[in-house]
Ligand binder design. Structure first.
Ligand code: NAI
Length: 255
C-alpha cells in the first residue's frame, strides 16, 4: 500500500486529492491546521517542524508520495502570512520529508503552485527573497506590496524552487521525482472567499477561462495523481498548468 502525505487535506483541492488517492488504495496522511491526522500550522517554523515530526511518526520515516497543497489566497491577512504558508510552508515540508521519500518506493512529490505565478509583477523582490530563503525579507515585502503580489510571487517562487531542485542530486538523483501543478480558478472555499472580496471578486470574475467555467477540485487532483503515479514516471521538474486555458490565452508565445 502506498503511503502518501497531503498538506491542506481538510478542504478543497487537498481534500479531493485525499479522496482520489484513498479510492486508489493509498494510505493517506492528512496534514492541516484543522480536521486532519496531523494538525499543524505551516505558517510557523514550529508548526512545520511539528508537521514533519507527525508525518515521520505515522509513516515510520518512509513515504511513497507527498503533496504540498496547503495554502491561503490573496485575500488572506496579514499578507506576510501568504508567503510564510504558501512558499516557506511548502518548501520546508518538502525539504524535511525528502529523506522519507528517498526511502519510499517509486517516490514522487507534487507542489501546488498557481497560474497566478505568471501574472505581471509576480517576478519581483518577493519571489527573489523567497528563493534566497529569507523569510523575514519576503514577509516585509509582502506587507509592503499587499496580498495579490504576495500570492503571485510566492507561487512563482514555489514553481521555480521545484524546477531548480527537481533535477538535482537530492531529488532526481535520489530517485525522487518532484513536480508542480499550476491550477487556474478552481471552485473551493479559497476561491469563494476571493469572489466575495470587493476588489478581488470582480478581478477573478473578469479572468478569461477558455473552457468556460471554474475548475473542480478533482480536476486538479487528477493531475496531481498523474504526477505522483507511474504514468508520470518521466515527469521531473514539470510545472503542469491545469487552468482551462487561461495561461495559454494570456501568454501564448511565452514558451
Ligand atoms: P482551501 O481553502 O479549500 O484549502 C486549503 C487548505 O489549506 C485548508 O484546509 C486550510 O486549512 C489549509 N491551510 C491553510 N493555511 C494553513 C496553514 N497555515 N497550516 C496548515 N494548513 C493550512 O483552498 P484550495 O483552493 O483547495 O487551495 C489549495 C491550494 O491550491 C493552495 O495552495 C492554493 O493556493 C492553490 N490554488 C488554488 C486555486 C483555486 O482557485 N482554488 C488556484 C490556484 C492555486
Amino acid at each position: 500500500m502506498r503511503v502518501i502525505a497531503v498538506t491542506g487535506s481538510a478542504s478543497g483541492i487537498g481534500a479531493a486529492v485525499c479522496t482520489r488517492l484513498e479510492a486508489a488504495g493509498a494510505r493517506v496522511i492528512g496534514v492541516d491546521r484543522r480536521d486532519a491526522e496531523v494538525i499543524a500550522d505551516l505558517g510557523q517554523p514550529e508548526g512545520r517542524a511539528a508537521a514533519v515530526a507527525g508525518v515521520q511518526a505515522v509513516s515510520a520515516g518512509r513515504l511513497d508520495g507527498l503533496v504540498a497543497c496547503a495554502g491561503v489566497g490573496p485575500q488572506a491577512e496579514p499578507a506576510s502570512a501568504i508567503v510564510s504558508i504558501n512558499y516557506f510552508g511548502a518548501r520546508d515540508v518538502l525539504t524535511a520529508l525528502r529523506p522519507a521519500l528517498a526511502a519510499g518506493s517509486r517516490p514522487a512529490a507534487v507542489a501546488v503552485s498557481s497560474n497566478s505565478s505568471t501574472l505581471p509583477g509576480a517576478d519581483g523582490p518577493l519571489a527573489a527573497a523567497c528563493l534566497a530563503g529569507d523569510e523575514g525579507e519576503a514577509r516585509r515585502v509582502a506587507l509592503a506590496e499587499g496580498g495579490h503580489p504576495a500570492y503571485a510571487g510566492s507561487k512563482l517562487a514555489l514553481a521555480r524552487w521545484v524546477r531548480r531542485s527537481a533535477p538535482g542530486p537530492e531529488w532526481a538523483g535520489a530517485g525522487v521525482r518532484l513536480n508542480a501543478v499550476a491550477p487556474g480558478a478552481v471552485l473551493t472555499p479559497l476561491l469563494r472567499e476571493g469572489l466575495e472580496h470587493p476588489v478581488l471578486g470582480p478581478a477573478i470574475r473578469g479572468f478569461p477561462i477558455p473552457t468556460g467555467a471554474f475548475g473542480a477540485p478533482d480536476d486538479i487532483a487528477a493531475a496531481i495523481a498523474f504526477l505522483l503515479g507511474p504514468d508520470g514516471a518521466f515527469c521531473c521538474g514539470s510545472v503542469l498548468f491545469v487552468d482551462g486555458g487561461t495561461d495559454a490565452l494570456l501568454r501564448p508565445d511565452r514558451y
